[in-house]
Design a protein around this ligand. Sequence first.
Ligand SMILES: NC(=O)c1ccc[n+]([C@@H]2O[C@H](COP(=O)([O-])OP(=O)(O)OC[C@H]3O[C@@H](n4cnc5c(N)ncnc54)[C@H](OP(=O)(O)O)[C@@H]3O)[C@@H](O)[C@H]2O)c1
Length: 333
Amino acid sequence: MRAWLIDEAEHSDGMSLEEIKTPKPGPDEILVDVRAIGVNRADLLQRKGAYPPPAGFDPRRPGLEYAGEVASVGKRVTRHKVGDPVMGLIGGGAYAEKVVVHERDTMRPPAYYDHAQAAAMPEAFLTAYRGLFMEGGLMPGQWALVRGATSGVGTAALQLAHALGARSIATSRSRARLDELAARFKSQGMAQPYDLGLVDEDDGLADTVHEQVGGAHLVLDFVGAKVLADNMACLRDEGRQVQIGVMGGTKAQLDMGVLLMRRLSLIAMTMRSLPLERKIEMARIFDERLRPLFETGRLRPIVDRTFDFEAAIEAQREMETGGHLGKIVLVRD
Ligand SMILES: NC(=O)c1ccc[n+]([C@@H]2O[C@H](COP(=O)([O-])OP(=O)(O)OC[C@H]3O[C@@H](n4cnc5c(N)ncnc54)[C@H](OP(=O)(O)O)[C@@H]3O)[C@@H](O)[C@H]2O)c1
């Protein structure tokens, strides 16, 4: 089979499509014929040597999420048969024609969605769901500020907040991108994606959030250091910040006195490093809580653009350049 491999040479951040041995499923595993792969920021970081995969996954093999069909099954597998559609998260190596996964660490794609749309669901929607509701405890009627709302995770978070009865504040570094996001949702027959749209780097963002909604109950943030103090200022007392990324730096000063006096919480999470049993739990959560929302059209993946599997480098370059709204996906015929 063919798989993308990150170059090993020092100072190189290239990758190439190479022929490697097709893996064989163990007794509880399935072999998946991969038809589409969601591109993630993590893939770009891994290529640069800045985000190694969890133990057991090859650091040269990028790719966190896939959709496809079951190609063969291990001898103890009971939940799948050859030809079944599947999708899921994987610690690494999804940029490949085939992957092997534990039979329970998979999800059934919602009806009515193609492979490209299915591959755009797991990472964005499960990260956003876990961040908002499981780690962040967001309740109906509360306000979630999504810092980086035009991203794959951000567009999922806005939809989840609305579908489950909360309200959202979307930020982007550009007003035009917030407008474009609203227009994209409208053109797909979807509801207005956010209740309040604010420009990220405007001075006075926190004042506006307090004036307009009384402060956010929760901030879902992946910008990191450069907006930490501002995020804390956006929260109302007893608010929670859930950190899922650090695109704007890792080191910031934090006034612990403010945390104490205002009873604020700062929580960090990653999906990739979760142990297998926790990933299986997330897959069941998708099946039970999120798939019905996709099948009734309350949630939809926002696929900005698809690239051929062979054009993974161009797809990553597109993500690096920015300007996309939602997900970029690789597809195989
Ligand atoms: N913890 C986890 O388990 C987990 C899982 C998935 C993703 N993530 C993280 O979530 C983040 C988003 O991932 P994604 O794949 O959804 O990314 P993405 O679709 O490429 O979106 C990135 C967004 O970030 C904004 N942005 C880019 N550079 C920025 C900067 N320096 N400062 C502020 N905003 C910036 C851009 O919005 P504007 O141009 O509109 O401002 C862009 O839409 C990444 O940090 C990723 O590592 C974490």
